[in-house]
Ligand binder design. Structure first.
Ligand code: 5AD
Ligand code: SF4
Length: 474
């Protein structure tokens, strides 16, 4: 018999998909303690902010939110609803640790991305001793060995297979907040994937900060498996019809991975492959380890393997020392490659990263102006791709309820959101859809014939609306 939930937890997630995955895993850890997830902080006995440190803006949001939570806690106490536990998890917790407690002393829990499996012990200590509990270790014994099996995630799920990064791009905090690159053993990944599929998941996105550097122990002799080998093994799981991986580094796009794009039908024809800049001088200063030309060669090889492959990318404008000529090189690369989706950012100096202390910091108005020019080109490319889809038939995984009545929302193989008028009974299924309209940010389609795949085990449990997270850095 299942235990009746007696407490509520609200986990507010900022940042990348890995944080979305971590939030779901935190909920898995808390479920046996009787915590039921809720979306409104006002209804929660415990609020966990699952934070992002990648840019200053993301990081500063945490402190304004903590101020609001402090007031909310007081309201709850005044109404006799009991004291709300306030916790900070994720990368800001990892980076700021004790300083965070000094700045927001009303916080009860501070825990890093590698220690959330210890939440039950932290809560027990908090109840016993009071006082803030802090755990930002990088334990030798990985958290994954201590996490329970995943709960139901709906038709599309994330699965972390690799964490941390050894590349040390000079702008990036990830090697400091998430630590050194670690891959999970292939058997553990396969087990978690099977558990998700058994509960109705048909699409899995493999996550890692540098996911294509994956080199997990193999199940047989312990010899490491590459990402390509793992993808081939996952594609054998009956019912797992769509696979994706993110985020990749161009330097680690190996021949066997490119071959997998040609040979594994479940591997979707969409790849997020951040380039950051099109200027060789800036790429060198960023310590990216490749030139613009090398990036274009990788793209050519991918497209030769999978002609319908569409690309997305991340860009940073106004990196220290970036001139107008460097920026023009970025625009040229964008025009040459053609991206169907992209994330672009003004460079944000992050404490402790090499580029933050460099001369030649670019004034904010110049960053803003370059960002607008870059986004105009990227938006045009995205809109064009979406318009070109009109008249095509494609498989759409209908994974959530749309905003309008009678409407479901799904994803195309190329990650475009697709609105479809469809009965709620087919929520969770992959269906053949004719695209009838292409807007800048989404498509609209008509059902052709429902596909033959079984619906998810519990279609009603599919998420009604999930936030679209930002990308994992790479
Ligand atoms: N400033 C601006 N953008 C950054 N990114 C990472 N670090 C910074 C920074 N300091 C961007 C990169 C990365 C994406 C997730 O965030 O483009 O790929
Ligand atoms: Fe690693 Fe990506 Fe950050 Fe570079 S941008 S250090 S590859 S996580």
């Amino acid at each position: 018999m299942t235990k009746t939930p007696s407490k509520t937890v609200c986990i507010k997630t900022y940042g990348c998909q890995m944080n979305v995955y971590d939030a779901a895993r935190m909920a898995d850890v808390l479920a046996p303690l009787g915590y039921r997830p809720v979306t409104e902080p006002a209804e929660a006995d415990m609020v966990l902010l699952n934070t992002c440190h990648i840019r200053e803006k993301a990081s500063e949001k945490v402190f304004s939110e903590l101020g609001r939570l402090r007031q909310l806690r007081q309201v709850r106490i005044d109404r006799g609803l009991g004291r709300m536990v306030i916790g900070v998890a994720g990368c800001v917790a990892q980076a700021e640790g004790a300083e965070l407690l000094a700045r927001a002393p009303w916080v009860d829990l501070v825990l890093g991305p590698q220690t959330y499996h210890r939440l039950p012990e932290m809560l027990a200590r908090l109840a016993r001793e009071g006082g803030a509990q802090l755990d930002t270790d990088f334990p030798a014994d990985p958290k994954f060995d201590h996490l329970p099996a995943p709960g139901p995630r709906g038709p599309s799920a994330f699965l972390s297979i690799q964490e941390g990064c050894d590349r040390f791009c000079t702008f990036c905090v990830v090697p400091y907040t998430r630590g050194a690159e670690v891959s999970r053993p292939a058997a553990a990944v396969l087990d978690e994937a099977r558990a998700l599929v058994d509960q109705g998941t048909t699409e899995i996105t493999l996550l890692g900060q540098n996911v294509n550097a994956y080199h997990g122990d193999g199940p047989d002799d312990g010899a490491a498996w590459s990402l390509a080998r793992l993808i081939r093994a996952l594609a054998e799981i009956p019912g797992l019809t769509r696979l994706r991986y993110t985020t990749s580094h161009p330097r680690d796009l190996t021949d066997d991975l490119i071959a997998a794009h040609a040979e594994v039908p479940a591997l979707m024809p969409f790849l997020h492959l951040p380039v950051q800049s099109g200027s060789d001088r800036i790429l060198k200063a960023m310590n990216r380890g490749h030139t613009a030309e090398a990036y274009r060669r990788v793209v050519d090889r991918l497209r030769a393997a999978r002609p319908d492959l569409a690309l997305s990318s991340d860009f940073i404008v106004g990196f220290p020392g970036e001139t107008e000529a460097d920026f023009q090189d970025t625009l040229s690369l964008v025009r040459a490659v053609h991206f169907v989706q992209a994330y672009s950012f003004k460079y944000s100096p992050r404490p402790g990263t090499p580029a933050a202390a460099r001369p030649g910091q670019v004034p904010d108005p110049i960053k803003g102006e370059r960002l607008a020019r870059l986004q105009e080109v990227l938006n045009t490319q995205q809109s064009l791709f979406n318009r070109q889809c009109v008249g095509q038939e494609m498989d759409v995984l209908l994974d959530r309820v749309g905003r309008r009545p009678g409407q479901l929302l799904g994803r195309s193989p190329w990650m475009q959101p697709v609105h479809v008028s469809a009965p709620a009974a087919i929520l969770g299924r992959s269906c053949r859809v004719l695209i009838v309209d292409g807007q800048p940010n989404s498509l609209a389609g008509r059902l052709v014939t429902p596909a033959t795949e079984p619906p998810s085990a519990d279609a009603d449990a599919a998420p009604a609306a999930a936030p679209t997270p930002t990308r994992i850095p790479a």
